[in-house]
Design a protein around this ligand. Structure first.
Ligand SMILES: Cc1ncc(COP(=O)(O)O)c(C=O)c1O
Length: 456
């Protein structure tokens, strides 16, 4: 690792020489007009100088997380649902499993929603155990149930047959939750899809039966979970979800005599990735659900239900950016800006066509009002390896830095190594102003670590 950073200074010098050459060549071959149309702006929390100083010190690309924003978002959840005794946000670890991020969120009293053995192991190593952990998995290997049970996590079953699997491999715990798939023929999320086509959860009929079976087998406390949204910006949708969960607890009580002690309305709270969007108003949503709960309580005064959420994106997305450098430019049928990050670092645009705003930080410091429509691309041998398509950006020069916004959730975590791309470093801007590397970049040795190199 030290070697990599020693090499960095030399690389920076070479980089600048190459950029000069490429820039000169571009002047000869570029045919695309500037000033295509007016640009969309979105505020960046960091100054250009700060981003540039980091990029001098750390090789690009890298992720940069902001502790202050992270804490503010965690507090927002606790404030919005403070009216509900026992409310807890279980941060979806899959969104950002960096232990330093999880420790910050733990200190803000968040719990953790794990979906795999690795995520359970991370939580265990950090000393998070018991009902601070929820385990929401699907197609689950027995070993993962055993680990979750050993940690005394709240286990959220995705299928009625899993009652028997869990009983056999780990024994049934005192508390059990079931994931409900309401099966409405409403397309609520382009990512999760129509509930009847989604692989997750139990049907309503199975759900009632599952509670009956679990009760007969001695389970003492019960939770109800659903998650049918992904990145939705409409508060009304989440109110409807909460109300349908309240109603379902009444039905379960009527059918089985079980009083559900908590409902988990999942995650999926939307973030304004685009400049003209509005991030979900959590305080307003909290008030709307409180009113819905009060109404429900008039009909069902004996059902006192703890509310849980398991957001990832709304907690962490806006707290992170991916910083990458422009290394190439190509003008063919379109104008392409080539950067040193790729879809292997941030998969959302390539995989879902997701929009991530891009701010250009000029290497020279010169600001220009000229704009150009470009595709911002990585170097993977996949044509979907694009961070932006037909995006109007300020004129970009080789050597400039691009800051890709809202990358703190489902960003690094979805990274991969196709084409031998190595995962980049993660930096944390602490509240004190100090910047700390919280994960180093992978090296070639990491890439081949699982191979029998001695037999080559
Ligand atoms: C079961 C479950 N819970 C929570 C989340 C978090 O969703 P978001 O980050 O959109 O809030 C996800 C996302 O994939 C999920 O699958």
């Amino acid at each position: 690792m030290i070697l990599e950073y020693d090499k960095h200074e030399q690389l920076q010098k070479n980089r600048k020489l190459t950029y000069k050459l490429r820039s000169r060549l571009i002047e000869n071959f570029t045919t695309f007009p500037n000033n295509v149309t007016k640009i969309m702006t979105k505020e960046l929390k960091h100054s250009d100088e700060f981003i540039k100083s980091l990029a001098e010190k750390y090789p690009t690309p890298f992720y940069l997380y902001d502790e202050k924003t992270l804490r503010e978002h965690a507090r927002l959840f606790n404030k919005a649902f403070a009216w509900n005794a026992g409310y807890k946000e279980y941060f979806a670890v899959k969104a950002n499993p960096n232990p330093e991020i999880l420790k910050i969120l733990k200190s803000e009293n968040l719990g953790f929603d794990c979906s795999s053995l690795a995520e359970l192991n991370i939580c265990e190593r950090l000393g998070f155990v018991g009902e601070d952990i929820m385990f929401t998995s699907n197609d689950t290997p027995s070993a993962e149930y055993v680990k979750a049970k050993n940690l005394n996590a709240i286990i959220n079953l995705d299928d009625i047959t899993d009652i028997y699997v869990l009983e056999k491999c780990a024994g049934l715990p005192e508390v059990i939750c079931f994931r409900w798939n309401p099966g409405l023929s409403v397309k609520v999320s382009s990512v999760i899809g129509n509930p009847v086509e989604a692989k997750y959860g139990l049907t309503t009929r199975q759900l009632v039966e599952a509670y009956r079976i679990a009760k007969a087998k001695g389970v003492k406390r019960f939770g109800l979970h659903t998650m049918i949204a992904s990145n939705l910006l409409d508060e009304q949708f989440f109110l409807t979800t909460a109300k349908s969960l309240f109603d379902m607890t009444a039905l379960i009580k009527k059918e089985t005599g079980i009083e559900i002690s908590f409902i988990n309305m999942g995650g999926g709270f939307g973030v304004a990735y685009k400049p003209d969007q509005k991030t979900i108003d959590l305080i307003k949503l909290g008030q709307m659900i409180q009113a819905g709960y009060t109404e429900f309580n008039k009909v069902e005064p004996n059902l006192q239900i703890r509310l849980l959420t398991e957001a990832g994106r709304l907690v962490a997305a806006e707290a992170g950016v991916l910083v990458t450098r422009v290394i190439h430019r190509k003008d063919t049928y379109r104008a392409y800006i080539g950067v040193d990050a790729s879809m292997a670092n941030l998969m959302r645009p390539g995989m879902y066509g997701a929009y991530h705003h891009i701010t250009v930080v000029s290497e020279s410091g010169k600001k220009s009002n000229a704009t150009q429509e470009v595709d911002v691309v990585g170097s993977l041998c996949e044509n979907c390896d694009k961070f932006a398509v037909n995006r109007v950006l300020p004129t970009i020069n080789i050597g400039d830095l691009l800051v890709i916004h809202d990358a703190g959730a489902h960003g690094y975590a979805m990274g991969f190594q196709y084409n031998g791309k190595l995962r980049c470093a993660e930096l944390l801007l602490e509240e004190s102003g100090n910047v700390r590397m919280i994960r180093r970049a992978e090296t070639f040795d990491d890439y081949i670590a699982t191979l029998n190199v001695n037999e080559w």
